[in-house]
Design a protein around this ligand. Sequence first.
Ligand code: ACM
Length: 258
Amino acid sequence: VRIALVQNDPEFGRVDDNLAWIRRTALGLEGPDLIVLPELCATGYLFRDRRELAKYAEPLPDGPVCRALGRLARETGAHVCGGIAEAAEGVFFNSAVLLSPEGDCRVYRKVHLFDREKTYFHPGNLPFSVAEVHGARLGVMICFDWIFPESARTLALRGAQVVLHPANLVLPYAFDAMAVRALENRVFTVTVNRTGKERGLVFRGKSVVWSPAAERLLSCPEEPGAWTVELDPGRADDKMATERNHVLEDRRPDMYSS
Ligand code: ACM
């Protein structure tokens, strides 16, 4: 499966301009099967409060950002995964969609909210789920979900071979921590991180792809741009850490309850 990482520098609130940059960049790519974008890729990240977020959050799949990304999927023939501020159930979710060229929309709502996100987003209430795309089983988690090993583990237990990880990373450890998420689950991880400065906070890009053996398959610079990687998802079906150690079957959940 050919995966394009599109690492953008969204300007807060300039949704149309941000979407135009994404579209221009994605249309220049050579035939990816899947395009992955950062968390909250079109709106920006640092909302002041719930009132400001309300101006940008949208219903899925009929909101403007989702429709634009759906159009991009149709135009490129690729699936598109990216972060969108979602309005639903009278609250707001920090969500990511997985859109097919045929118009299907799957939604994941960020389960583990980071810092001030807790003051305006509602924690995700949909299960971690897996979707098959071009023969690859894909799972989605968002940014700070990385610090809870249960996120990637749950996706791996549900059959994910590739964990897609749209992000607006703030803590510096995540890039390398994702190597451990890949290794401990024997999955590929695809972290797509935004870049640029927003309201005094600096994001570093440096999107990264890890193999099930924690090999760094792609390492992006800090600048905005797009990079493509080809993965053999079947590699993630080998769960053996040694000849005698299966990373999922050797778990001892009976020993884990607190
Ligand atoms: C984060 O979860 N966006 C740090």
